[in-house]
Design a protein around this ligand. Structure first.
Ligand code: MN
Length: 496
């Protein structure tokens, strides 16, 4: 155990070095480290390692995502109330209200207060986190780092527990990371959950996909050299890489009807990624790529720089005919956009933190958009937490409305709305404004009049045709609306 402790001290020193903050922050982090060590004592994890290794490794993740000192301190302390005998008051007096709130936000609701099952404890604990999220979004990062390390060490738990935790991860935490634009964390969580939830499919997919990854990599490598030379000739500073599609996402895509488990139909199993300095360079690089390789008609270009995804993702995607007529996806973005695509809201947080410490805008800019910290879906989560007293209904709203797969639809003037798959023009109207629902007369999708129960697709332009006067919603709408906001709003007015 002494060796292990020495090893952990070294890891903590590494955390201090990589966080690279001033002496005040270093002292605070060291104090939190000492406090956590005392609190967890000689307790071991199921894996046989010292318990304290868990908060330390989770804190290192947060540091790698670029989060601030308070969040890292909260991570070091995150299990001290639940497992280490500390109280909220201890944490307030030693580390202040902010850090204590973050720890409290990820602390399990006690079993004793609830009659219910494990599921109930999970929902109530999740509700508590949502309450803290409304005040301080950083609690989500504390939770995601905790969950990521738990998933990395999941094999130590009994099989039943592994499955439950893996399912929660797939249904709640990976989508949460996705909504926060944290692409890397999402991919990691999904692959770890996939491995534990569907072990046979996971092993088989690794075997089956190997030759395809290999062949696609060889193919894109050839293109990479050609593109690099062309960019250099135009004096565009760039980095060109191949990125492999992660396993779970490959598995999902293979199961789509139109793909029908045919690896040949997956054009982005390995995509080329071009990173450049500035936005104009992205479009210049796009021109260079299209001059070398013809774009594929109909599959076309998606310009998420001009029109970012609602989670903030920005990049240009184009599908081109590579050598031998093979279709390859090329993604083009700035270095800054790339950092944001991998670490999402965490990257924005790091930006705001650096700014508050007086780092000049010049250093920080490079094509940065201000993050909307009052994310609409966070507001929705908080509203449901207040309105939906029934645990099951709340969990359904969370899974379906806030975290499910989304379609991106547009208003006629180009505003983007992301709605759950299956949404209709009526859902759209209530998403735009709850009042708009009372003026629905009809709807147009892509310029054509459609029935109000039409299922919307990504990319649709939706226009609500308004009546002159306010009127009650139609009871029939309840049969096809899918969003909680629309359903609740319609019922509320009809029940008056
Ligand atoms: Mn933990």
């Amino acid at each position: 155990m002494e060796n292990e402790r020495l090893e952990l001290e070294k890891e903590f020193q590494h955390l201090l070095e990589t966080h690279n903050a001033g002496p005040v922050d270093r002292a605070l982090m060291t104090k939190a480290w000492e406090f956590a060590k005392l609190s967890h004592g000689d307790t071991l994890r199921k894996s046989g390692e010292l318990y304290i290794s868990h908060p330390l490794k989770a804190a290192q993740l947060l540091c790698d995502w670029g989060l601030d000192t308070t969040t890292i301190i909260a991570e070091l302390l995150h299990d001290t109330i639940e497992d280490g005998g500390a109280t909220r008051e201890d944490l307030v007096s030693e580390f202040g209200e902010e850090a204590a709130n973050l720890v409290d936000g990820v602390t399990k609701v006690s079993n004793l207060r609830l009659k219910g099952s494990t599921d109930n404890v999970f929902v109530e604990t999740f509700r508590k986190m949502v309450l803290v999220m409304a005040k301080d979004l950083r609690v989500v990062f504390v939770k995601l780092a905790d969950r990521t390390h738990n998933m990395q060490t999941l094999s130590a738990l009994p099989p039943e527990k592994q499955k439950r935790i893996a399912r929660e991860t797939l249904e709640i935490f990976a989508p949460l990371a996705e909504r926060l634009g944290m692409g890397l964390v999402k991919a990691q969580l999904e692959d770890l959950a996939f491995k534990h939830l569907y072990p046979e499919e996971y092993t088989k997919l690794i075997e089956d996909s190997k030759p395809f990854y290999k062949e696609a990599t060889a193919h894109t490598d050839k293109m990479r050299t050609t593109i690099e030379k062309a960019l250099e000739a135009e004096k565009i500073h760039s980095e060109v890489n191949g990125r492999q599609k992660h396993l779970y996402s490959l598995w999902r895509k293979l199961s789509r009807k139109e793909i029908d488990r045919d690896f040949e139909k997956i054009h982005d199993i390995v995509a080329l990624r071009i990173l450049v300095d500035k936005v104009p360079d992205c479009y210049a690089a796009l021109g260079i790529v299209h001059a070398l390789y013809k774009p594929v008609p109909n599959l076309g270009i998606s310009d998420f720089i001009a029109q970012p995804k609602p989670n903030g993702y920005r990049s240009i995607h184009t599908k081109v005919f590579g050598p031998g007529g093979r279709i390859v996806e090329v993604q083009i973005r700035t270095f800054q956009m790339h950092a944001e695509a991998e670490n999402g809201a965490a990257a924005h947080w790091a930006y705001a933190d650096a700014k508050s410490k007086g780092v000049s805008d010049k250093i920080l800019e490079g094509g940065h958009v201000q993050v909307d910290t009052k994310l609409t879906w966070v507001k929705e989560l908080v509203a449901w937490q207040n309105q939906l007293t029934d645990s099951e209904e709340f969990l359904k709203a969370v899974k379906f409305d806030a975290l499910s797969e989304r379609n991106f639809v547009f208003s006629p003037n180009g505003d983007v709305y992301d709605l759950p798959v299956g949404s209709t023009p009526v859902d759209f109207a209530y998403a735009v404004h709850t009042n708009l629902g009372s003026y629905i007369q009809g709807a147009k999708v892509n310029g054509k009049i459609v029935p109000l129960n039409k299922t919307l697709k990504s990319g649709d332009v939706v226009e609500i045709l308004k009546s002159k006067n306010i009127h009650e919603p139609n009871r029939d709408w309840l049969r096809f609306v899918v969003t909680t906001t629309a359903r609740r709003q319609i019922s509320k007015i009809l029940n008056k």
